[in-house]
Design a protein around this ligand. Structure first.
Ligand SMILES: Nc1ncnc2c1ncn2[C@@H]1O[C@H](COP(=O)(O)OP(=O)(O)O)[C@@H](O)[C@H]1O
Ligand SMILES: [Mg+2]
Length: 247
């Protein structure tokens, strides 16, 4: 397993001492090479779940293992290093640096690892080719489309050979054509490198590129759909399940 989450619980307390149970005992796994989508109504706990697992938010109790490593047993520094080497994060709004070119944006994580210059350039070129970005390498983020920007975001997330990518609504700002394009490129990366994905999405088309969808309701997993056959059939069963669990 690339990810094991056990009995995750998280309650938010507001200033008026109102408690909201955001995660109510969540247990699930992601297999190596698996792409999993989390769906659910607004407020069902999706962001809390993915942020807790990615180490961006402190949960109250439970356990998270990433590639067999219990993240709660690591010190802050150990976890930061571990995350840099093993995990990538893709943001809804891309989070690219506007003052850097596409090639430079992709290179940022390698610079942090202090790799040799020619090694870095080779890796950047290789990943850009896989993601279909060769023609825009010298452009700035504001000179390329949203879909291309998100593909740059994915390159940056996987350039350090991340085994697991976390993404909260990665196609949330994209039109349907760019959405399909981004997910097709991610599937290619998944095929080529076996990179796993845990992603929150509202969009059944985006989810249909995954191997499995889990549905959250009030901080609990209430349903799961597995892909078994072609993407169109999976899309149909996602829509069907959605009718019941997403109101
Ligand atoms: N910082 C916070 N303080 C208080 N309540 C919060 C906070 N963040 C989220 N919540 C509440 O926790 C629940 C789950 O939120 P969230 O994880 O953002 O859901 P989703 O991403 O599915 O929309 C909601 O009821 C939300 O209002
Ligand atoms: Mg959310």
């Amino acid at each position: 397993m690339i990810l094991e989450a056990k009995e995750l619980r998280k309650t938010y307390k507001s200033s008026k001492n109102v408690e909201t149970i955001a995660l109510d005992g969540i247990t699930f796994d992601v297999k190596k090479g698996e792409m999993v989508a989390i769906m659910g109504s607004s407020g069902s706990g999706k962001t809390t779940l993915i942020n807790s697992i990615a180490g961006l938010l402190k949960f109250d109790s439970g356990r998270v293992d990433i590639d067999g490593n219990n993240i709660l047993e690591m010190s802050k520094d150990q976890f930061a290093t571990f995350r840099r080497k093993n995990v990538g994060i893709v943001f809804q709004n891309y989070n690219l640096l506007d003052c850097l070119t596409v090639a430079e944006n992709i290179k940022v994580p390698l610079i942090l690892e202090k790799e040799a210059e020619d090694e870095m350039d080779m890796k950047v070129k290789n990943i850009a080719q896989i993601m279909g970005l060769e023609s825009v390498m010298d452009k700035y983020p504001y000179e390329i489309s949203g879909g291309q920007q998100q593909r740059v975001g994915i390159c940056r997330a996987i350039i350090n050979n991340a085994k697991l990518i976390f993404a909260d609504e990665p196609t949330g700002n994209l039109d349907s054509k760019s959405t399909k394009n981004v997910m097709e490129y991610f599937s290619k990366v998944n095929n080529e490198f076996g990179t796993s994905l845990l992603m929150v999405t509202h969009d059944p088309v985006t989810a249909s590129y995954c191997h499995r969808v889990i549905y959250l309701q009030d901080g609990k997993i209430v349903a799961e759909v597995k892909r078994d056959g072609d993407r169109t059939a999976f899309y149909e069963s996602i829509i069907e399940t959605q009718k019941e669990y997403i109101k």
